[in-house]
Design a protein around this ligand. Structure first.
Ligand SMILES: NC(=O)c1ccc[n+]([C@@H]2O[C@H](COP(=O)([O-])OP(=O)(O)OC[C@H]3O[C@@H](n4cnc5c(N)ncnc54)[C@H](OP(=O)(O)O)[C@@H]3O)[C@@H](O)[C@H]2O)c1
Length: 331
């Protein structure tokens, strides 16, 4: 009997806890029973510590002494800001990631789940994209600084495993949307920008102008599904290699189909126009969720029409606090 191992409940520090994905994890933990007895979950924003600064990073780790870390914080910006400031995105994100990973290592954190992004994959690639292809060629030129910094998380995770046996890993979500997203029309994620545009057009009785032809296809994933899957990764996924968090390839949706769902959710009956003089961006970035499906064959993704409806409802009810400024990002 006497040799029972005492399991210490996790104390989880979530960096970037005030953002889209962080708020979703908070909901899963606080409202859906994601938190187990005795566990403590701490959600940080940049106000708690500027993680670019190693002193502030150490101080916040000293304060909370986490056993586990979910690392979401990143310097992110819109397309044009990335193109103008690749050096800042590269350096700030390298610093944030190294400060978080190395401080966690020094303080004996047993597991870290960091967040990569499907936009860091090679620009020239075959489809579907999978987890083995991250380093197979240069990323898109527009955001090469951000992408290389993110790719280095994967390299660093391998090095911590090789040298210290740490289980530090990463997830790669596709296009995330949900409550607390950045709904800026100029600079937000495509789906949330369209929600704001459509809501505004309804109020003003004007048509909605969608940038581009509406033909590009994307895999949209609801933030709460991402939150549930990240909590699962933290508890059960043992690999160092990253895992793509996405709906299936067959669930890719065109921008036009997404706009139709938004119009329905917001009860918008006006005209929807497509401005084909505007760039379409990449026509597709299809990612494979085969690895996720091997681990979680029965995970149920929230149906897109429901997820879009819930996000629209949240935006309408919270339009006073929703982020609609120009200073945020596009993943
Ligand atoms: N959204 C997507 O579609 C998507 C897709 C793939 C991957 N990802 C990745 O998922 C992660 C979370 O994304 P998100 O969409 O939730 O981002 P978000 O809503 O923009 O939130 C970013 C978070 O990072 C924090 N942060 C930024 N700079 C910081 C700094 N210097 N020090 C400390 N904290 C800082 C922000 O704090 P404040 O609130 O105080 O500013 C905020 O909590 C990111 O790593 C992103 O690359 C996102």
């Amino acid at each position: 009997m006497g040799s029972e191992i005492k399991v210490v409940p996790m104390r989880v520090l979530v960096t970037g806890g005030s953002g889209l994905v962080g708020k979703a994890i908070e909901h899963v933990v606080q409202e859906e029973g994601g938190k187990l007895e005795g566990e403590e979950w701490i959600f940080l924003s940049s106000k708690d510590a500027d993680l670019v600064d190693v002193g502030q990073t150490r101080a916040v780790f000293e304060k909370y002494r986490p056993t586990h870390v979910i690392h979401l914080a990143a310097k992110v910006g819109g397309l044009y800001l990335h193109m103008k400031e690749n050096l800042h995105f590269l350096r700030d994100n390298i610093k944030i990631n190294d400060n978080v990973l190395q401080t966690a290592h020094e303080m004996g954190v047993t597991k870290i789940v960091s967040c990569l992004s499907s936009c860091i994959f090679p620009d020239k690639t075959t489809y579907p994209i999978d987890e083995t292809m991250i380093h197979n060629g240069p990323p898109h030129d527009s955001n090469f600084g951000y992408s290389h910094a993110k790719r280095m998380i994967d390299v660093q995770n391998r090095a911590y495993y090789q040298q210290y046996g740490h289980r530090y890993t990463a997830v790669i979500p596709t296009n995330v949307f949900g409550p607390y997203d950045n709904f800026s029309i100029e600079n937000g994620h495509v789906l949330s920008a369209l929600i704001n545009k459509t809501y505004t057009a309804k109020k003003e009785g004007s048509p909605v102008n969608v940038c581009g032809s509406g033909a590009p296809r994307r895999q949209f994933i609801y933030s709460l599904d991402v939150g549930r899957l990240i909590v699962w990764v933290l508890r059960e996924y043992e690999e160092i290699d990253p895992i793509i968090l996405s709906v299936g390839e067959e669930e890719e949706l065109s921008i036009k189909e997404a706009e139709d769902l938004i119009a329905k959710a917001l009860d918008f009956t006006g005209k929807i126009q497509f401005d084909t003089t505007m760039s379409d961006g990449q026509m597709k970035k299809t990612a494979s969720n085969a690895k996720l499906r091997r681990y979680r064959p029965n995970f149920t993704f929230t149906p897109l029409n429901e997820a879009i409806k819930m996000t629209c409802d949240w935006f309408v009810a919270n339009s006073d606090i929703a982020r609609t400024g120009r200073d945020h990002h596009q993943a």
